[in-house]
Design a protein around this ligand. Sequence first.
Ligand code: 7RM
Length: 585
Amino acid sequence: MKAMNPLFPNGLILINVSFREGNSPDHHQNITYNQLLRNVCRCANALKLLGVKKGDRVAIYLPMIPELVYTMLACARIGAVHSIVFAGFSSESLCERIVDAQCNILVTADGVYRGDKLINLKKIASEALERCKESMASCVQKCVVVKHHAFRTNTDASNKLQTPWDESCDIWWDDLMDGVSDECEPEWMDSEDPLFILYTSGSTGKPKGVLHTVTGYMLYTSLTFKYVFDYHHDDVYWCTADIGWITGHSYITYGPLANGATSVLFEGVPVYPHVGRLWEIIEKYRVSKFYTAPTAIRLLMKYGREPLQRYDLSSLRVLGTVGEPINLEAWLWYYDVVGQQRCPVIDTFWQTETGGHVLTPLPAATPLKPGSATCPFFGVQPAILNEHGEELEGEAEGYLVFRKPWPGIMRGVYGNQERFESTYFRKFPGFYVTGDGCRRDQDGYYWITGRIDDMLNVSGHLLSTAEVEAALTEHPSVAEAAVVSRPHAVKGECLYCFVTLKDHKEFNRTLMEELKRKVREKIGPIATPDFIQNAPGLPKTRSGKIMRRVLRQIARNEKDLGDLSTLADPKVVEVLFSQRCEAAA
Ligand code: 7RM
């Protein structure tokens, strides 16, 4: 909390706060920076009581509630390394991440409503811990459980949850914090000490623990936040991402809070209890800087202008977008309808690995081109290479790489230096490889063309085809699976799966449902396949490699398949084409 702001010398007192808005519009609360500090310190002391020391890893599996921010900053305060797992991930994904980072503590909640859907988080968390034990990789000693507001006030909902409880391990957040001091001296850290690990999909299927360090990351997120959103002290900033992803880490927690910004922390979803919820929140808090993803824009576009016209959006000044390339239609709708042609659309390209924005316009300073992330941020040096690693000059298209590091770049893959080097630096020595394709136009503007590895981008979230294939082939009826992306009107891309069944197994509705469930359980609901096609055979090269390019074309109904000479059995393609799925499963 600032008592006197030097920017407002005439005695005007400006108290910057966080507006916390729950899943239900009646759950809201203001949190001052003073309250934030006290809660962070309380949590820091509580973690210390549980034995957490500098360098220890703490897993966090929480919905978008203030306790999530308190816990991550409490870790930072005592030098512990947080590893946040998005609360939409399955128990298996959670377990895998806990084991990889060897976390001692898990912080979770009893349950959460996402829209009108009740999610029993503690049950998933308990299953994950059970699974860790079974794999003999048990490391978690204590599981701290936040009693979620909605269940604190509504015993009915609480009863529905039937929170599983293990006396030897589980402890309620409230009991732990009870009587704990709200003052805690911060731990002194080296600038290159680790701050957090955040897992991101890798093309081999096993997620990578992207490691960020204290000073470079905080410097970079606070600086990019300030310049890219042109943040001023009378602004109200709102990013709709979940803190379980990098966008939330950098541009809900670290960037805005390091700037003392007034911001909104939103727990709910865009269409609950009605499709105008986001616009209602913008009006309610007079939001001036708004940051969301193309998938959300495309979702809300479907409902037309009417839901927006009911609210006063005149406070808006800057509109940010992130997560995937924004198509022209969505860009124009964002600019015309949401921003009423008054607000620049700031298309920010970056990655979990980059820590913060690397290609982005600056409001009012950079002339915009719809669909282009425009130019590099200060100090960032992009280049475009061809397959041979030769740098292309002027107008060109190829691999997007960066020549020099910047403060926010990742410092490693947790526990796997070899993977860090091979994934990002081996293909083109001397450059950081993004994995994205990119075009540079005659004005030097950059246009991201999408992933060029075996990754796909569903609603702004990266998934690897390999991890979905691994989930599908776990089903006893499946012999082989190949997954490709297909364009989707709202999600950007969606999953199109080809499965080859074992002999005498039948392909039917039940099997499809089982396969979908398998993927949901193994990875999480975001990875649910939209299309599943029976593939008696897959197009393979003579050396046995699946030709994904061909499968992608089948999924997209592209008839001109180009050169098929490397195919071992060209007939396979005809069969697949004749049986392709038109409608989603
Ligand atoms: C911030 C985030 C990273 C991948 C990245 C791209 C894609 C992100 C944009 C974009 C086009 C953008 N981190 N991507 N932003 N593509 N324009 N403005 O999303 O690690 O989860 O994903 O997302 O493919 O490599 S992430």
